[in-house]
Write a protein that binds this ligand. Structure first.
Ligand code: TYM
Length: 341
């Protein structure tokens, strides 16, 4: 079955495992808002708390971070009356389908996941079973909503390929055409925002150096300082984007500016060609502060009323379950699992 036979539906999620970075904002959140505004798809967005606990989370921090991510979604422009916004654990169908998919996915598929290899490292015997099974739950998040489109950053591509493998194996094993083969929506200048200290590593909330990333919670001074100190080569900006090919740190900063302004990097280069870093970096910082300042401000305003955030998440979970429950029921039927009459 192709994605076109299903209701056009977007699903995506963010882990409440720490604060958000500029990478999360440009690679994910901002694009979620664009998809909501395009009005071509039903949109379902999720704070994936069950994924976060695959590594240790302090309980109080998890509660706070779950509300923070929910507030960030809303502050960035997700409207909970038009899109569904909830935290994963409140719609139990996700975990239920996650278990069923743990029985469909193969050990070998999971072992090949680069995120598993990176996160478990040399100490994989000590990693949680949940961390290993992580991609089966992610496939369940997407497929329990029969989502057709999944906007994510480049780092999630392999997990989406695995989601398609699980859907295809389920459909094949049970001789049905039930789960859609979903389409990853990856692209644009911010598909992989890189570290400000090393242009070959992605910007990440888990990088030990805070100077490597812009946090959504950074104030104007911190943003300016981090861009000023961002690693670059000594050359000024060239006359075309093509000529940034072998200059990863320089290209990253141009990509960030383009993504912040919703322009193509080629277009941005038309304006900044020939500039030195002393001119370009303060300009970039100014644009970043202008874009992110209001979002951070709105986030803090929303966080002053945690009960309202919890109410929004609860209502969103109810709506998510309305979509997911019949899909899960049908999955149980297909598998021959006897249900309560
Ligand atoms: P997470 O929480 O690590 O990141 C959330 C989103 O931000 C994107 N992202 C980036 N994009 C560009 N440049 C970067 N440096 C960067 N860093 C992070 C991620 O690609 C992601 O889109 N497994 C997912 C959460 C998840 C999910 C899902 C996503 C669980 N279930 C179902 C989509 C559909 C994750 O860990 O994202």
């Amino acid at each position: 079955m192709t994605a076109s036979s299903f209701t056009p539906r977007v699903f995506s999620g963010i882990q409440p495992s720490g604060g958000l970075t500029l990478g999360n904002y440009l690679g994910a959140l901002k694009r979620f808002v664009d998809m909501q505004e395009a009005n071509t798809h039903e949109c379902v967005f999720c704070v994936v708390d069950l994924h976060a606990i695959t590594v240790w989370q302090d309980p109080e921090a998890l509660t706070r971070q779950t509300r923070e991510i929910a507030a960030a979604f809303i502050a960035a422009g997700i409207d909970p009356s038009r899109s569904i916004l909830f935290n994963q654990s409140q719609a139990p169908e996700h975990a239920q389908l996650g278990w069923l998919f743990s029985c469909v996915a193969r050990m070998g598929w999971m072992r090949r996941m680069t995120q598993w290899k990176d996160k478990a490292g040399k100490n994989s015997e000590e990693a949680s079973l949940g961390l290993f099974a992580y991609p089966a739950l992610m496939a369940a998040d997407i497929l329990v909503h029969h989502a057709t489109h999944v906007p994510v950053g480049e780092d999630q591509k392999q997990h989406l390929e695995l989601t398609s493998d699980i859907a295809a194996k389920f459909n094949h094993d049970y001789g049905v055409d039930f789960f859609p083969i979903t389409e990853p929506v990856i692209g644009g200048p911010a598909a992989r925002v890189m570290s400000l200290r090393d242009g070959t590593k992605k910007m990440s909330k888990s990088d030990p150096s805070d100077m490597s990333r812009i946090n959504l919670s950074d104030d104007a001074d911190a943003i300016a300082q981090k861009f000023r100190k961002a690693r670059t080569d000594p050359e000024p900006l060239p006359d075309s984007y093509e000529n940034l090919k072998d200059r990863p740190e320089a290209r990253n900063l141009v990509d960030i500016l383009a993504a912040l302004q919703g322009r193509t990097p080629e277009d941005v280069m038309g304006e900044v060609a020939g500039q030195g870093w002393g001119q370009f970096k303060p300009h970039l910082a100014e644009v970043a502060v202008e874009t992110m300042g209001p979002i951070t401000g709105e986030m803090n305003r929303l966080l002053a009323d945690p009960e309202e955030i919890d109410r929004i998440l609860g209502e969103g979970a109810q709506r998510a379950s309305e979509i997911a429950a019949p899909i899960l029921d049908r999955t149980f039927d297909i598998m021959g699992i006897v249900r309560r009459a």
